[in-house]
Design a protein around this ligand. Structure first.
Ligand code: ZN
Length: 72
């Protein structure tokens, strides 16, 4: 009887490890941020930055709201 419980426990542990492994693998396969991200250039000072961090206006990109304001 003790052997059966040990066997069930072993199966459970293996199942848990395998489940955890596949979950981690799937997480690695799905990137949180789509790479590589577009880089844009601030037309005021020329600094390069990711598009998601830039401020866009009229087809132009700016590194900060200050530079965006200067071109309005
Ligand atoms: Zn700038």
């Amino acid at each position: 009887m003790g052997k059966l419980i040990f066997l069930l426990l072993a199966v459970f542990v293996i199942w848990a490890v395998v489940k955890n492994y596949y979950r981690q693998k799937n997480r690695d396969q799905a990137p949180r941020t789509p790479a590589p991200e577009d880089m844009v250039r601030c037309i005021h000072c020329g600094v390069h930055l990711p598009r998601s961090e830039s401020h866009a206006s009229g087809g132009n990109f700016f590194c900060s709201e200050d530079h965006l304001r200067l071109h309005r």
